[in-house]
Design a protein around this ligand. Structure first.
Ligand code: KG4
Ligand code: ZN
Length: 352
């Protein structure tokens, strides 16, 4: 028998997120209203390596996790006594990193006797559309079915959402994720890490039409493939270098970014045409990208339906989205025991 938890709009959830290289904690009321959202980034530690080094990430998580939780509680002006539920991301992600957050969450649960839930990090990203500061409205309304594009460093998923907790994957990437394609390209262009924001910055003065990069398709499918695009960039740079066009590296960055955005938007369009949805959402780190935000927003007029995305700080990894997902999950299916495990791969749903 499932023991669901009775939670009210005032119930406070402590969220903990450590799936990759951000150590984050948040306090969220009623799964909707952000009271505190604190993120300690590790970008500086990994930048010299051009990507996340798992051992360094988990070590830093252990060093800062309790201070990060304290910061979130302080920001919210509450103590653990005021919290009703603890939610931690338990996959997908780096196992060593996830273990730190989940172990800390278990420690707090043991110390306080509070219920604990393990949240799918990808559901967290979806829920970033439904959570907001008290002074703001959440990006999305509970209008179902909704289509949600998650575009992050590890995932590119097109999700049909029938209800909170009810998902089907209608498209995913067959190889690299969109964020991964940007991170790898930034390395080729020597723009630094993380690659998405570095390419966005470099692209500002570039011409997105300067270089014709491919927009790979997979016949009769809403799936993505980004590996060929990355290879096209490597070939281009080997043959022409970075300064072959008037705008130099800015043109390469802008043209590459446009190819990633066009590919994402093309499949979002195709999904809207295939399924009758009432709302479109995007989320995940790549959803912080201005070119993508602008391009998907244009679909609003084309299809006469709301196309929404969270504020940038909720697109990249954070714990407010984990607390929000945890709140609704606990209401639906109760809490998890202290045996809660972590998973490097944790599918949100079946690919239909
Ligand atoms: O969701 P996220 O913070 O972590 C994962 O769950 O993976 O996404 C990180 C990804 C990285 O690949 C990063 O380069 C990309 O999101 N990203 C961006 C931007 N900010 C972060 N990509 C494009 N434009 C941005 N502004
Ligand atoms: Zn993420």
């Amino acid at each position: 028998m499932i023991m669901t938890l009775k939670l009210s709009p005032d119930t406070l959830t402590l969220g903990i997120e450590t799936s990759c290289d951000e150590t984050a904690a948040a306090v969220v009321a009623g799964g909707r209203s952000i009271r505190a959202n604190y993120v300690a980034t590790q970008d500086d530690l990994h930048a010299v390596f051009g990507g996340v080094v798992p051992e360094i990430a988990s070590r830093r998580h252990t060093e800062v996790i309790t201070r990060v939780v304290d910061q979130a509680l302080n920001q919210a002006g509450v103590s653990l006594n005021d919290i009703a539920l603890i939610a931690a991301a338990h996959g997908p992600g780096l196992v060593g990193s996830l273990l730190v957050g989940v172990s800390a969450a278990k420690g707090y649960a043991i110390a306080t006797g509070l219920p604990l839930v393990g949240v799918n990090h990808l559901e967290g990203h979806v829920m970033s559309n439904f959570v907001a500061l008290p002074s703001q409205q959440p990006a999305a309304q509970p209008l179902f079915p909704s289509l949600c594009l998650i575009a992050s460093g590890g995932h590119t998923d097109l999700i049909l959402m029938q209800e909170f907790g009810d998902y089907q994957i209608v498209g995913w990437t067959r190889d690299d994720a969109a964020g991964e394609a940007l991170d790898k390209a930034a390395r080729v262009m020597e723009l630094g890490y993380p690659g998405g924001p570095a390419i966005e910055k470099a692209a500002v003065k570039g011409d997105p039409q300067a270089i014709k990069f491919p927009r790979p398709t997979i016949d009769d499918s809403l799936d993505f493939s980004f590996a060929g695009l990355k290879t096209a960039l490597v070939r281009y740079v080997e043959e022409h270098g970075l300064q072959a066009t008037t705008g130099g590296v800015a043109d390469v960055a802008a043209s590459y970014q446009q190819a990633v955005v066009d590919t994402l938007v093309r499949n979002v369009r195709a999904s809207i045409e295939t399924f009758s949805v009432r709302q479109v959402m995007i989320c995940g780190g790549v959803a912080a990208n201005s070119t993508l935000r602008l391009a998907v927003k244009q679909l609003e007029k084309v299809f006469s339906l709301p196309v929404v995305f969270p504020p940038r700080e909720l697109c990249t990894d954070n714990a407010a989205m984990i607390a929000a997902a945890g709140h609704f999950q606990a209401q639906r299916q109760g809490s998890d025991g202290l045996g809660l495990d972590v998973f490097s791969a944790l599918p949100l749903a079946e690919h239909v």
